[in-house]
Design a protein around this ligand. Sequence first.
Ligand SMILES: Cc1ncc(COP(=O)(O)O)c(C=O)c1O
Length: 483
Amino acid sequence: MEKLLFEISQKGKKGIDLPKCDVEEIHQEEVLDKDYLRKELNLPEVSQLEVIRHFTRLSQLNFSIDTNFYPLGSCTMKYNPRINEKVSSFEGFLNVHPFQDEETVQGILEAAYLLKEYLKELGGFADVSLQPAAGAHGELLGLLLIAAYHRDKGNKEKDTVLIPDSAHGTNPASAAIAGFKVLTVKSDKNGELDWNDFVKKLDNRVAALMITNPNTLGIFERKIKEIAKALHEKDALLYMDGANFNALVGRMRPGDWGVDVMHFNLHKTFSTPHGGGGPGSGPVGVSERLKPYLPVPQVEFDGEKYYLNWDIPKTVGKLLAFYGHVGIWIRALAFILAYGKEIFKVADNAILNARYLRKQLQGVFNDPYAHVPCMHEFVLSATNLKRYGVKALDVAKRLLDFGIHPPTMYFPLIVPEALMVEPTETENKETLDYFAKVCKQIVEEAKTDPQKVKNAPYKTPVRRVKEAEANRRPILKYPFKSS
Ligand SMILES: Cc1ncc(COP(=O)(O)O)c(C=O)c1O
């Protein structure tokens, strides 16, 4: 392990020389009550070179899309073009204050309005709210809108949300937080929503179905229009999790299928940074049914100027401080404008890459849905390595030794030893071939020297950790010795 700055600190070392103080010095004990006096700060004393080396080394420990292949299924870890960063850091976007008068921030309001209009067009929606801070936050908003709709219509019995067993964990969590009961619907042998189970469970208590399309197996839900129709006949609504919109953008519009509400994960489809748990952005598109309940404020244009509309009588209220993650919106807008009318190429190439890679991996791992074409991602199963005592987790750890971020593992829950691979459209053929070659080598190692795979990784800064302990008892603080 590298030493921390506190550990290399030596009394008297300095990083910089500050100019001599040229104003009268005031000592805090002369002006402040003793309860408010600042204690001695325990700061490391190090040279400038030590600081530079320390932080440069730390930055190199990061695993990132800028350095390595990152096929994390359902997360769409695509390359973030630097032009997006440049545009979002233009002075006019960067230095505005949320309390400025509308007349002085027309540019930023125009950018927000444009993004809203593009998302409406791409999703086929009546309106879009840009407010949510992430996909899961968008889910919560979607469900609050659904609850508001049923409340407004006096649909008192509608307290249940149907969710397929392949869904992402945030779906049932969001439904529960919004106050709904959750009822699981099975998947069929093709990996799609089991129609019979769906129809059986679709009674008057159902407020909505939350479905992901393509779903988390990377499989397109072909009955999506029939599903919408069946729901609407019962005055239930269709929520679509738009995390996998990368497979559709520019080619298909969920609003045209009858979807009532969908979140876009800007940080997935439109290449904005995922951040460390944020700041993301999860705008929500809605059909006419849900438009009256959108959060305030909405960015509008009256033909002359852009303004924030707070006058939405049935609004569910406000979801986030100020207006949303503006810097992320600008990046997404730059991405959309850069592609223009050719944005469908994102979906085309994402699907092409996934299908190519899946073919390369044929026979390497099990492919439980091999008979169904995949969209932008696919889910394999490492159960073929069970007999050698090797698990999906071991494969994931060994991939790190080859400079590859592991695919999403053990999700969706309906595939045992799942490895969910999403190459995205931004990777080239050489990278995909390298990944396939490495997977083949790891499977060969599992057969001939399983211990080698089970002890991996060997080349990472931290070797194999105890998974449960690292999760439940993480050491997040430096244990200072009390002096
Ligand atoms: C299918 C699916 N739904 C929802 C989410 C939640 O999105 P976010 O991470 O933006 O909150 C994810 C995130 O990975 C996802 O894959």
